[in-house]
Design a protein around this ligand. Structure first.
Ligand code: GDP
Ligand code: CA
Length: 333
């Protein structure tokens, strides 16, 4: 069984962790990497260069979450993290101080940056990092969406300025806490980018494609913005089932509610499912609190079910993954 999951950071990584638990639990699926594989297509739209280091926030969250190194409370960064280097940088007034690099985390960025400087592609560098977190042994292949930089920028009026301009998504998200109103979301570099090696093949050969509850605009939206990926998913013979990141009309964590209106989408589970649309989705899972909207989504031609969607712990998340696979099997018939 070959499963493909395009994923952002926290929501995507937690979903995949639950999916792995579900696959390990079910009898007859065989060993990780043999009976089944999960190919994660990581969002690199959030990537940025800080102090000369290439930082891939979503890829790192997937590595740490699946590898057992995540700070689960915070949802990003390393457990047991210290911030000595960050404090020292602040002593130098070394900008930007809004991006909190941890000491342990820094080793990941140093390794990646050194590999890239030696001529490795981002795919190759990611494979080295994934080996340290034992992803292959867990049945997971982690591919960046593209080896070319495709950075998500947003058009807004920065605090203290009076004209709109494009700023890096991380600056808007982390530095300004998503407060300025966003006029547009742009994937800078997307036109010239191609999917990373293996991405289109994985989609074409997939038995299931699952869209986790990742941010529809800046996580899944960025992956779909790489030319060829959306079409490959639309044309894939595999069932495509998505899980709503909106529960009870609200984001579960983060600030996706600020971005959905910028692309003209309702902050609701049905709104996101309908925005992905029947061209992309065969099935859509919404939370039980959104059950009243199931018929509206089904009427658009997307098989829709309401089940509990809070990823409170790994067993609860595994159950969401099982529901997604079950809906996929149903629509396949
Ligand atoms: P990011 O890159 O760290 O922002 O992570 P993602 O894009 O992968 O996921 C962020 C999305 O996950 C947010 O829009 C949240 O609403 C959603 N999310 C987080 N926790 C849960 C959960 O327990 N259940 C559901 N359904 N969605 C969640
Ligand atoms: Ca992200």
């Amino acid at each position: 069984m070959r499963i493909v999951v395009p994923a952002g950071g926290t929501g995507g990584a937690r979903f995949v962790r639950g999916l792995l638990a579900a696959l390990a639990d079910s009898s007859g699926t065989g060993a990780p990497g043999e009976g089944w594989t999960v190919t994660v297509i990581g969002n690199t739209g959030d990537d940025l260069t800080m102090w000369g280091l290439r930082v891939c926030p979503d890829i790192d969250t997937v590595l740490y979450t699946l590898g057992g190194g995540i700070d689960d409370e915070r949802g990003w960064g390393r457990v047991g993290e210290t911030f000595t280097v960050k404090d020292e940088l602040a002593e130098y007034d070394s900008l930007p101080t809004w991006f909190g690099l941890g000491d342990r985390d820094l080793a990941t960025h140093l390794t990646r940056t050194a590999l890239l400087a030696d001529g490795a592609t981002l795919s190759e560098a990611t494979a080295v990092l994934a080996a340290r977190w034992e992803l292959p042994g867990r049945g997971v292949r982690l591919l960046p969406m593209s080896d070319q930089p495709v950075e998500t920028h947003v058009r807004l009026v920065p605090p203290g300025e009076d004209a709109p301009r494009l700023v890096h998504f991380q600056e808007y998200w982390v530095r300004w806490r998503a407060e300025p109103a966003v006029e547009a979301v742009v994937s800078v570099g997307a036109e010239d980018a191609v999917p990373a090696p293996g991405v289109l093949e994985a989609i074409t050969e997939a038995d299931f494609i699952l869209l986790p509850p990742s941010n529809p605009v800046v996580s899944i939206g960025s992956v779909l913005a790489v030319p060829g990926i959306r079409t490959a998913i639309e044309e894939s013979l595999a069932p495509v089932v998505g899980v709503s990141p909106i529960v009870g009309g609200q984001v579960v964590r983060g600030m996706a509610d600020k971005l959905l209106p910028a692309i003209g989408v309702d902050v609701s589970a049905a709104g996101v499912g309908l925005a992905y649309g029947p061209g992309l989705l065969d099935g859509w899972l919404m939370d039980t609190s959104d059950a009243a909207d199931v018929d509206r989504v089904a009427a658009a031609g997307i098989a829709c079910r309401a089940v509990p969607l809070m990823m409170t712990d790994v067993p609860a998340t595994a159950e969401i993954a099982r529901q997604a696979l079950a809906l996929g099997e149903l629509v396949e018939q």
